[in-house]
Design a protein around this ligand. Structure first.
Ligand code: GNR
Ligand code: NI
Length: 174
């Protein structure tokens, strides 16, 4: 297992639409293992393959609290098949938008179909944080970031801050 570099704003790769996975094979499981390790290392609660530069429709997640047993989840070709009218808001963050957070409104519940780690067809009825996180990750697969739901002013401000702190970090390292 390898920790990969997580792409951050304004990397244009993050705006690419990811392609469906055709074969759930050992190479794909290797990718998912690397994604999970990269996510734990970051640390984050979810990661889409495109965040490490791989344009495949693959998501990993673990919503277990620090004191709980690890609970890795894998979603291949996830598709939202139903969304509730009812909304809920969460303070969202994104590993590709470091240190920036914003309250985002999404469907409170959603049903998602996907393939699991072994390529078996599954369906999940998601609520709360799982629902929010699945919608956030599926957005990544379509090149969408949470800042796209903010006003242009707020969005531009966040992009500016991320670019600025990236440049400051470069200056320290070089
Ligand atoms: O680690 C993450 N936390 C988070 C918090 C609220 C809503 C969504 C997320 S996902 C994020 C990791 C990430 O960037 N996944 O794409
Ligand atoms: Ni994200």
């Amino acid at each position: 297992m390898t920790i990969k570099k997580i792409l951050t704003l304004p990397d244009p790769i993050l705006r690419k639409k990811s392609s469906n996975v055709v074969d759930v094979d050992n190479d794909l499981r290797q990718l998912m293992d690397d994604m999970l390790q990269t996510m734990y290392d970051a640390p984050g609660i979810g990661l889409a393959a495109i965040q490490i530069g791989v344009p495949k429709r693959v998501v990993v997640m673990d919503l277990a609290k620090n004191d709980e047993k690890k609970n890795p989840m894998y979603f291949i070709n996830p598709e939202i098949i139903w969304k509730s009218e009812e909304k809920s808001s969460y303070e969202e963050g994104c590993l590709s938008i470091p240190n920036q957070f914003a309250k985002i409104e999404r469907a409170e519940k959603c049903n998602v179909k996907y393939l699991d780690y072994n390529g078996n067809k599954k369906k999940i009825e998601a609520t709360g944080l799982l629902s929010t996180c699945l919608q956030h990750e599926i957005d990544h697969l379509n090149g969408i970031l949470f800042i796209d739901y903010l006003s242009k002013l707020k969005k531009d401000n966040i992009i500016k801050k991320v670019v600025k702190s990236k440049k400051e970090l470069e200056r320290v390292v070089v």
